[in-house]
Structure formats: structure tokens, C-alpha cells
Design a protein around this ligand. Sequence first.
Ligand SMILES: [Zn+2]
Length: 122
Amino acid sequence: MTLDKFKSNARKYLRCQIIAFGILFLGMFLAIIPESILEERAGRAGFDGTCIVVTAVSFPIIAAIIFFGVSYYPKKRLRQLGLVCPNCNKQFGKHRTRLAVMRTGCCRFCGAKVIDSNDLAK
Ligand SMILES: [Zn+2]
């Protein structure tokens, strides 16, 4: 991979992180809905079958949305953008790791060449 391509993909991954935070906050916002239903219902009729169904259905869905935003989606984008080591498959998810790769051209974990050395001389 060339240095310019790596930098371009790192910028694309930054956008992905913003989207991931958006999904996380969406999940946290959606948690308010069943919470308000439960509070209103449990206050009026006690913790009955409806409350159990709302809890059993809504919280796994919200947890799945948050998991998608925080873990699955960013990891998938890293693989799609080629921000993984071709040798050890470690992901360059952290900003400091990507900076090290841009500076040295090598994987921070195993030392394998990631960026063509001709580009680093520029
Ligand atoms: Zn590596």
C-alpha cells in the first residue's frame, strides 16, 4: 500500500469512528423508550407480564445496536480499508498505531512492511 492510500484510508476510518459514536448514542437514546414504558407501567400496575416482555425484547435489541456501533462496524471498516497488518492481522485501530505505521512504514506489532519504502522517502 502507498503512503497516500494509507493516509486516505485512515481519514475514511475517522469518519467511521464518528458514525460509530452516533450509533452508540442512538442506542443509548433508544434505551430511554422502554425505560419510560417500564416506569409508567410498573408505577400503575406493578411489574407484570407486559413489563417482562418489554424488558426481554427491548434490551437485547438495544445491546445489539450498541455492540454493532462500538465493535462490529469499526472492525469491519478497518478490514475493508486495509488498515490491518498483512503479516500478523493486527488492526491499526488506534490513532497512535496508525501514526507509527505512517512514520516507519512497518507494523508496530510484528515489524512487517506495510507501506512501500519508496513513499516514505518523500
Ligand atoms: Zn504485524
